[in-house]
Design a binder for this molecule. Structure first.
Ligand code: SAH
Length: 246
């Protein structure tokens, strides 16, 4: 019988206002919050008094098991990810590890992902079909990432790039742009948003040709327009195709 509960919560991009009410209420009711230390700093003050457990970065499996072990003690446990826990977050790993803890019910609570919160800052860059691709090759072979970039460009999708950079892979965005430029025009409208909902919010628009030479950090989400994307009053807009003014 599943009589124990874990809540896998996406806390949104950072700002308290961008956390869903469902997640906020659940965190308030939890005994223990498990997560990466950076996320603790993003939590509202009232939640900082909760028991908070963490493991070093990249110890994702340990962090998940820690959450299950706490739940097995009868505690109400929340495991937090930034944005949405089901988008480059811990949700799938929790189900995989959950096989070892049949008494624990896994509840996934969605959050506002960076593609959505970043798009809102830029204007409406993904208002039509779009693809989301992570440039991190920690869990995906680089050949597969390159194949997905080419396929997205061929499909004329607007593209959102997560994990565009890290200390180890400073030139990945440049490489990705070079692949996209095989198919897309250099004047394709692009933009990026850094630190969405956090201190140091930074937004910029540019062409794909210019994006190739931009340096971004790991707290940045990059947007590449489709062939119809345009700048309207400084905002990056991918029209849906409505014929207006008639
Ligand atoms: N689960 C998260 C994504 C984690 S992957 C979500 O749904 O948003 C980490 C990547 O997400 C970062 O490299 C960056 O590309 C993006 N990201 C997450 N939070 C961000 C923020 N506050 N501002 C800008 N980019 C962010």
């Amino acid at each position: 019988m599943k009589d124990k509960n874990i809540y896998v919560c996406g806390i949104g991009p950072g700002a308290e206002e961008q956390m869903t009410i469902e997640v906020r209420k659940t965190l308030e009711e939890c005994d223990t919050i498990v997560g990466y230390t950076v996320y603790l700093d993003l939590l509202p003050e009232e939640l900082k008094s909760k028991e908070f457990l963490t493991t070093p970065m990249r110890k994702e499996e340990d962090r998940c098991r820690m959450a299950f072990e706490e739940a097995m003690k009868g505690k109400k446990v929340a495991l937090i990810s930034s944005g949405d826990a089901g988008i480059y977050g811990m949700a799938s790993l929790m189900f995989e590890i959950g096989k070892d803890y049949p008494e624990v019910n896994i509840n996934i609570l969605s959050g506002v992902t960076a593609a959505s919160s970043g798009a809102a800052v830029l204007g409406a860059p993904i208002n039509h079909d779009f693809c989301v691709i992570s440039l991190s090759d920690l869990l995906t072979p680089s050949e597969k990432i390159e194949k997905r970039l080419r396929a997205a460009a061929m499909g004329d999708f607007a593209i959102v790039l997560y994990n565009p950079s890290s200390h180890r892979r400073k030139d990945y965005l440049k490489k990705a742009c070079e692949i996209l430029l095989e198919e897309l025009k250099p004047d394709t409208v692009c933009g990026y948003v850094q630190n969405i909902g956090r201190m140091g919010l930074n937004v910029k628009t540019m062409t794909l040709g210019e994006l190739k030479d931009e340096e971004v950090d790991m707290f940045t989400t990059v947007f590449i327009g489709n062939s119809s994307t345009k700048l309207v009053d400084g905002k990056m807009i991918s029209p849906r195709g409505y014929i207006i003014g008639r």
